[in-house]
Unconditional design. Structure first.
Lengths: 334, 799
């Protein structure tokens, strides 16, 4: 009798799990884990080797085999047949604490490496483009209409402020729990030295200068050296912690909005953007950036785990590389 | 006797009937031969009303040209130039809706580029085609980048491109448009390029293309019928009389069409032909009986005419009422073309009643007494063999033994099979393309070829603001973000069905891309704007940067309706049914919680897909209603005529036995109940029951005259049975040429009708008399005591 009950319970659990994987739609069969109309906005990889990607309409893809096969589920449910868009997924160095940011002021947090997610109270309905965990307790977020947020207690309480002139921020990067940079429209770069409580303008910030490009991604290698990239293929770099920024050759005029990420080798950065442009650049400036176009769809993020790289984008784009980004192939959606 | 009364007043009655016929001839001369597409769909169905309301946003009269590169892709100067040239040519054609023209070369097909400080909107290939390879490469890149937006204009493999245009039906000349389209195909096809043209105007246009062939078939069929008429009645000098009465009946029917200003679709020409054949068969029946009476009364013409008229009018009236019942009820569905066929057909058949049973006696009274032209028995061995076969068949109903019960048992099994087939009858189109023509016909080959690459059918869902207003005096409330999100969710939901190739809405194709472009091309901004002011501003930005009238393709000029266009692979019943189910499901699942759904009336399904879905909705019920009413009329009239419920039930069962075979045939050859097939099915039911009516009436007459039942049956079969067979031969002989028509519709319907006529004849002339001879129902004796069976040899009645 006990064995029978266990079998029944197991079948029930498997069926629930299957339902969670297949989602809400009866006709999902036959489409695979990614559809031609999906927009994927962010991808990351954990120290454990697990890959995660989020996108429009609450899509969360996960892979445990280096990005060859993925499973699909939906988060951030708005109602029956409706989910909110998810824009970014980032984990702290422990590989357990992670945050997803999305539209409608959504922040989801995980403490178990992405197995389960819980929605946090943010008190805002702005678009949250990036949530960056600094450690298990500290995290910062950037979003539309001047939104800058921080937490010091693992997201139990989020504090927010509206930056001057309501300038939208697209990305934020921290080198330690106190020092961080946020980039946004009108070539704005702001810096915080107190973990996000206050921000000082380092560049841009003037809405009247509407011809200045928007910066959509920022990365800092250390407290002094950082790069920002954005509209019109613009890349700028700093060697003094953001006090001054100089242009860096990108060899493209297409918008770069995929996050600047370190490459497999220590002195490279990768950024991607409009019309499938993918750029590998040197942090030292020793070599000219290498521009490739593995696809015509917009690429929104790229990530590497050793020589394996994954880049995601619009139109169901999910590409994988096994040679450090030299060549890319579409992942077959099964 | 009514016959005597008609003869007494033959002059005035004859003059009146001829005067009416002359007027009808005048009205018939003003018939318009044309196709009105919208007449094929139920006028008051919500889908059709929706279609009419939004017709100017892209009606069903859309012409689609596909330009296909035989080698490589379309990105060569010559191919791109063809796309442009064809676009410009279509823009100059009569009755074209200029706002509907779409192609890579159209100034209305644009993409937006976000640059620092401003947004640039530009067409892909207007006003000129790139001449350099670099320019062509740039174009190719832009097409690849925006390939999802261009899904309906450029194929995924970039080998094909479309040029489409819609036309205003009220101003459309299908014949001219068809011919011009074929000229363009020839003009732009060459060694490197294939050009295909598809669309409803082409389907209808082929009707005009084949019209000379159809007319030829019509003439051959009429000739065959006249030949059969001559074969059956040539022994007398006035054998040609049914041609006159049949022609006059046809004039009455056509005159009615002219008076009512109905348009006459060339594809439907088979319907009036069937009615003409029916007219002639009544005429043959009457004439054959007249000759019998002449022989019986010793060639006293007036006496024979009066007796024939009096004897033939009741069954004739019953028969024609059954014919009318078979067709009149198809008008119930609200489909204009069926209403026109029903009313015109009823007048046609009523004309037959007047012409055959009133005018024909009058005509014969003025003509000399028919003389016998041939004497003696034929010695032809084939004729002698046929006579032996006929003798055996005639003997069957009155031969005791197991044959009769077994045959009747088999008929009951056939009835069950037919009823089962009828209940499982497919509704709507079962194959892509059009069932009017064979699958191998060019029109279907082209549709299949284009349909493999591009969706050809379009349905509309309308989100209509319940309380339309302009927010802050300029932002339409129908652009509320909750409504936009609902549209976006709808799109994602519908796309899971593989028959849906694209969903186009103001949310997916305007708001999301424009929101993104307006915000530095950042993909995450391809989301629903935060508030109505943002959404309204984006819409304003769009409308200021596109061609005049372009914004009305998304939101109507009253700003209260927003259109969602759903492109599907075909308009088969399965595809449309699933789409409608999905739309219903979406609405039901959102009703309770969705703030967007609460603000709108969610209406579907408009567009051409909606029209076909409307017809599907109506047709199944219409078929059921039609059959029920026809059987009800048969029951009622037979009960009244024979004053017996048993008689009525007997005829109903025989009707079912004979005519439900249609459903068996339709299932076997995969024909569905469609707007094209239902009038023919209805007619077939009405036509065939006559055989039984005439035969049983003759049996009744013989029994009332004192003949024993078996002898009455035999006399009826030799006499009326022969006339019934001639009727059958006339109709079937006339239908055979239609089997070879280029229109599959004609082929299938003529075969169907031949089968129906055959089954009706078997049931009416053999099975029904066998049942009567076996069971001896009381009504057949007309209130007399049944006379015991005789063992005398059966006598033949002179024919």
């Amino acid at each position: 009798m006990l064995a029978f009950a266990i079998v029944i319970a197991g079948a029930a659990i498997l069926s629930i799990g299957h339902a969670a994987t297949t989602g809400e739609d009866r006709d999902e069969a036959g489409w695979g884990f990614v559809r031609p109309w999906d927009s994927l906005y962010s991808v990351t990889v954990l120290p454990s080797g697990k890959w995660l990607s989020v996108g429009a309409e609450g899509v969360l893809l996960t892979s445990s085999d280096s990005g060859k096969n993925w499973s699909r589920q939906r988060l951030a449910k708005r109602g029956d047949l409706s989910w909110y868009d998810l824009f970014s997924i980032r984990f702290a160095g422990d590989g357990k604490t992670g945050y997803i940011g999305g539209e409608h002021g959504i922040i989801l947090k995980t403490d178990d490496g992405g197995e389960t997610w819980a929605e946090q109270k943010t008190g805002t309905q702005e678009l949250i483009f990036r949530v960056v965990p600094v450690d298990a307790q500290h995290a910062a977020a950037a979003g539309s209409n001047g939104l800058l947020m921080w937490t010091e207690d693992g997201g139990q309480n989020w504090h927010s402020q509206t930056f001057k002139n309501g300038i939208t921020f697209f990305d934020v990067a921290f080198t330690d729990p106190r020092n961080g940079w946020a980039v946004g429209e009108f070539a704005t770069i702001a810096h915080t030295a107190d973990g996000g409580k206050t921000w000082q303008l380092q560049a841009g910030g003037d809405r009247s200068k509407f011809r200045l490009p928007a910066y959509m991604t920022v990365i800092f290698k250390d407290a002094q050296h950082g790069w920002a990239a954005g509209q019109g293929g613009v890349i700028v770099g700093t060697a003094d912690g953001g006090a001054s920024w100089k242009p860096v050759t990108s060899s493209t005029d297409l918008a770069l909005y995929a996050s600047l990420v370190p490459g497999p080798s220590g002195d490279t950065l990768w950024v991607a953007g409009d019309e499938g442009v993918l750029i590998r650049m040197s942090t030292t400036g020793a070599v000219t950036p290498v521009v490739s176009r593995p696809t015509f769809s917009s690429l929104t993020e790229v990530a590497f785990a050793g020589e394996v790289g994954v880049t995601v984008g619009t139109d169901g784009t999910l590409l994988r590389s096994e040679d450090g980004g030299k060549t890319w192939h579409a992942v077959e959606s099964k | 006797m009514i016959g005597e009364k008609i003869l007494r007043y033959r002059a005035p009655i004859g003059i009146v009937l001829l005067a009416i016929s002359a007027y009808m001839a005048y009205a018939a001369a003003h018939i318009t031969i044309a196709t009105r597409f919208v007449d094929f769909f139920p006028r008051t169905h919500p889908n059709v009303l929706l279609y009419h309301k939004y017709e100017r946003y892209g009606g069903a009269q859309t012409l689609t040209f596909m330009i296909e590169a035989r080698h490589g892709d379309i990105f060569t100067y010559p191919t791109l130039k063809k796309i442009q040239d064809l676009t410009f040519v279509l823009d100059k054609m009569p009755a074209v809706n200029h706002q509907s023209i779409r192609s890579l070369a159209s100034y209305r097909v644009t993409y937006a580029v976000a640059l620092p400080g401003f947004l640039k909107s530009q067409p892909y290939m207007y006003p000129s085609v790139p001449k350099t390879q670099a320019g062509i490469d740039d174009l190719k890149r832009e097409v690849f980048v925006h390939r999802r937006d261009l899904r309906n204009l450029v194929s995924p493999d970039t080998r094909s491109a479309l040029v489409t245009a819609s036309f205003y039906e009220g101003e459309l000349d299908y014949r001219k448009l068809f011919n011009r389209a074929q000229d363009l195909v020839r003009q732009y096809s060459d060694a490197d390029t294939n050009v295909y043209v598809v669309g409803e105007p082409i389907i209808r246009g082929y009707g005009y293309y084949y019209f000379p062939t159809i007319v030829t078939i019509f003439i051959i069929s009429v000739t065959v019928m006249i030949f059969i008429l001559w074969i059956s009645l040539r022994e007398r000098s006035t054998w040609w009389t049914p041609i006159i009465t049949g022609s006059l009946s046809a004039l009455w029917g056509l005159g009615f069409v002219g008076i009512m200003d109905y348009t006459f679709d060339p594809v439907m020409l088979v319907i009036p032909f069937i009615l003409t054949a029916r007219d002639m068969s009544h005429g043959i029946q009457w004439q054959g009986r007249y000759y019998n009476e002449l022989d019986r009364v010793g060639h006293r013409k007036f006496e024979a005419i009066a007796a024939t008229t009096s004897d033939m009018l009741p069954p004739g009236l019953l028969s024609i009422l059954a014919d009318i019942a078979g067709i009149i009820f198809i008008s119930f569905g609200g489909i204009p073309v069926l209403q026109h066929i029903a009313l015109a057909g009823s007048v046609w058949l009523a004309g037959s009643l007047t012409m055959v049973f009133i005018f024909q006696p009058i005509l014969m009274s003025y003509l000399p007494t028919p003389q016998i032209k041939r004497h003696g028995e034929s010695r032809n061995p084939i004729i002698l063999w046929l006579k032996r076969v006929i003798d055996k068949l005639v003997a069957f109903p009155t031969t005791p033994g197991a044959a009769r019960p077994i045959a009747i048992g088999l008929v009951f099994i056939f009835i069950l099979w037919g009823i089962g087939s009828g209940l499982r009858a497919k509704v709507g189109y079962t194959t892509p393309g059009t069932p009017l023509y064979r699958q191998s016909a060019k029109v279907n080959q082209d549709m299949r070829h284009v349909g493999e690459v591009f969706p050809l059918d379009e349905g509309w869902a309308i989100t209509s603001a319940k309380e339309p207003k302009l927010i802050q005096g300029q932002y339409p409330s129908v652009l509320d973000p909750d409504i936009l999100r609902m549209q976006r969710d709808l799109s994602q939901f519908l796309m899971l069905d593989r028959n849906v190739t694209q969903v186009v809405s103001v949310a997916d194709n305007l708001m999301l891309p424009f929101n993104r472009m307006f915000h530095y091309s950042e993909p995450e901004y391809a989301s629903i704007p935060g508030g109505i002011l943002d959404a309204g501003s984006l819409f304003y930005l769009f409308s200021q940067n596109t061609a005049p009238g372009e914004s009305e393709l998304w939101v109507n000029d009253q700003y209260d309706d927003s259109i969602v266009r759903i492109y599907v692979t075909d308009h088969t019943y399965a595809t449309l049914n699933k789409l409608t189910d999905r739309l219903n499901e979406f609405r039901d699942r959102r009703q309770g919680w969705d703030p967007g759904m609460k603000q709108v009336d969610f209406k579907f399904l408009g567009g051409i897909a909606g029209l076909y879905a409307a017809a599907n909705d109506v047709l199944y019920q219409l078929d059921f209603i039609n059959i029920t009413f026809v059987l009800g009329v048969v029951l009622l009239f037979c009960c009244v005529t024979y004053r017996s419920l048993v008689a009525g039930l007997l005829f109903v069962i025989s009707c079912v036995a004979a005519n439900f075979g249609a459903f068996i045939y339709m299932r076997l050859v995969n024909i569905g109940i469609t707007i094209d097939t239902i009038p023919v099915i209805s007619l077939g039911i009405g036509l065939g029951v006559d055989y039984g009516i005439y035969t049983v009436s003759r049996i009744l007459d013989e029994c009332r005259a004192g003949e024993p039942l078996d002898r009455a049956v035999t006399t009826a079969l030799y006499g009326t049975g022969a006339a019934v067979f001639m009727t059958f031969a006339t109709i079937v002989g006339g239908m055979i040429p239609w089997v070879f028509s280029p229109l599959l519709f004609h082929n299938e319907m003529s075969v169907l009708l031949i089968i129906l006529m055959f089954t009706n004849m078997i049931v009416g002339v053999l099975i029904l008399p066998a049942f009567i001879a076996w069971v001896q129902p009381r009504f057949i004796f007309g209130g007399r005591q049944p006379t015991p069976r005789h063992e005398e040899p059966l006598r033949e009645a002179a024919t």
